[in-house]
Design a protein around this ligand. Structure first.
Ligand code: FAD
Ligand code: SF4
Length: 451
């Protein structure tokens, strides 16, 4: 478990401490470490790790290729299933995916470090900056629009381009990558890796990206449908849920995602000012990442408050341990009641909670936490206004098993759809599979062609 430099005595952190905190969470394996780790793999015939990976990477094969010093081949095995294998190697919660399923857990008590081996192979290939490892099929003459340059949109674009289609991506932001660029914790994506991966992915050719293009503002779904042969939406979840608690509009009460974005975008993180008392509200990845990054910036007291118990948090046990072992105080069974302060937030008030008949109820006991910064991380929702005409189901775009929405010619994948988990690796898989679905539909003969 990584231990960051923290401001335990209130004297602050030196700029060099902050820089060190935001360096790689897991330093890459050396060639010797990778060889030792690869030798631990049992190369199971019916490898359960493959089923546990949402992108079904042939894990025994890529590990065997590392063992036989074929790093290029290993990277190609990974990237043919998951073009963002570099980000996934850094960000996947492997402890609940491939590594949880690893048979070596039962024989040696710890799994093969699949994520770290994956990173070794992919980083090797990307660092070479050689020709792109995948060739495009002959051009089909079909044009596809993609809304959103996050993992889902980019994975879709890469696969559709490989299949011979021309792809035009539209994104609201200045940089491509979606939450890989603006959301994942800075220490998971050190050294501008998100942009290096985007550059690599575009090397396949046939993909154009247009920035500052927002569906529902200066981009309309109807117009895209008329101009292109198909449209893929990978716009993620961009609206943050609000608490509706008194004092929420006070200065210093803000969305955790905006705070995380500010941290990701700052070239010198030691220049970012952080309050001594930070309170984070929520129980997922976003809450943990906000709390740990506040600690990394030098906040003295960081308290994460969640309305249920630790087992109900969507952040994994490993993520919770990372926060707790770096001094984040975790308070469970408490819900925000109000925020107060003169002009700027100074105190966050909470009600103690308990479960009663399967529902959350207040116990009647309340407590206050001093707070100069409150970060709300209680979930993201779909911006439905931008998706006029598409059927929405339980707050997400409804799609069928082929990623088709309720509107003909419009497909969707990633966080914005109902199926699957909100993980980078799942978004990559959605994009890849949706591209095959669109490809199959575009290759169907039209009724006139059959005459
Ligand atoms: C703080 C945080 C930390 C996370 N950490 C992890 C982690 O460690 N590991 C992990 O596996 N997953 C993590 N996740 C989840 C993961 O980031 C997402 O599941 C993944 O990014 C989803 O990909 P996507 O392409 O569907 O959406 P996004 O990554 O959100 O990309 C959507 C893209 O669409 C663009 N867009 C949005 N609306 C519009 C519009 N109207 N018009 C045009 N463009 C638009 C956005 O600018 C963005 O580029 C985290 C999520 C958050 C919020
Ligand atoms: S993509 Fe993620 S889940 Fe799949 S093998 Fe790699 S690290 Fe494991």
């Amino acid at each position: 478990m990584r231990h960051f430099k923290v401001n335990s005595d209130g004297s602050g952190l030196a700029a060099s401490d902050v820089a060190e905190n935001f360096s790689d969470l897991h330093p890459p394996l050396s060639p010797a470490q990778a060889a030792v780790e690869a030798a631990r793999c049992l190369y199971c015939y019916d490898a359960p790790c493959i089923n546990a990976c949402p992108t079904s990477i042939d894990i025994p094969k890529f590990i065997h290729q590392i063992r036989s010093d074929n790093l290029d081949g290993s990277a190609k095995t990974i990237l043919s299933a998951n073009i963002m294998g570099g980000t996934c190697a850094r960000a996947c919660p492997t402890e609940v995916l491939c590594e949880e399923a690893c048979v070596v857990n039962h024989t040696e008590g710890a799994p093969v470090k699949i994520g770290e081996l994956q990173r070794r192979a992919v980083d090797h290939l990307l660092a070479k900056k050689g020709p792109h490892p995948f060739a495009r099929a002959p051009e089909t003459g079909k044009r596809i629009a993609v809304v959103g340059a996050g993992p889902a949109g980019l994975s879709f674009a890469h696969r559709a381009a490989m299949l011979g289609h021309d792809v035009v991506v539209y994104d609201a932001k200045e940089k491509a990558g979606g939450l890989n660029e603006y959301g994942l914790a800075a220490y998971k994506m050190a050294d501008d890796f998100a942009q290096a991966e985007v550059e690599f992915l575009l090397g396949v050719g046939g993909i154009e990206i247009n920035h500052g293009q927002t569906l529902g503002k200066n981009l309309l779904l109807d117009a895209l449908r008329k101009e292109y042969d198909a449209v893929f939406i990978g716009a993620g979840l961009t609206t943050t849920r609000q608490l509706s608690a008194p004092g929420e509009a006070l200065d210093g009460v803000r969305d955790a995602l905006d705070f995380i974005e500010d941290v990701r975008c700052a070239s010198d993180k030691s220049k970012l000012k952080i309050d001594d008392n930070v309170v984070v509200i929520g129980g997922g990845n976003t809450a943990i990442d906000a709390a740990v990054q506040a600690k990394c910036l030098g906040a003295r007291n960081v308290t994460l408050v969640y309305r249920r118990g630790p087992e109900a948090m969507s952040a994994t046990g490993w993520e919770q341990d990372l926060a707790a072992s770096n001094g984040v105080v975790m308070k469970f069974w408490a819900s925000p009641k109000s925020f107060s302060g003169s002009g700027k937030v100074e105190t966050a008030a909470f009600s103690e909670m308990r479960e009663q008949g399967g529902k959350l109820a207040e116990t009647g006991r309340n407590f206050d936490i001093p707070a100069g910064l409150v970060l709300k991380a209680i979930g993201q929702t779909l911006n439905e206004k931008a998706l006029d005409g598409l059927k929405i189901e339980r707050g997400k775009i409804r799609v069928d098993e082929n990623y088709r929405t309720s509107v003909e010619g419009v497909y969707a994948g990633g966080d914005c759809i109902a199926a699957g988990e909100d993980l980078t690796v799942q978004a990559v898989e959605d994009g890849k599979r949706a591209a095959h679905s669109v490809d199959a539909a575009l290759r169907l003969p039209k009724s006139g062609d059959l005459r």
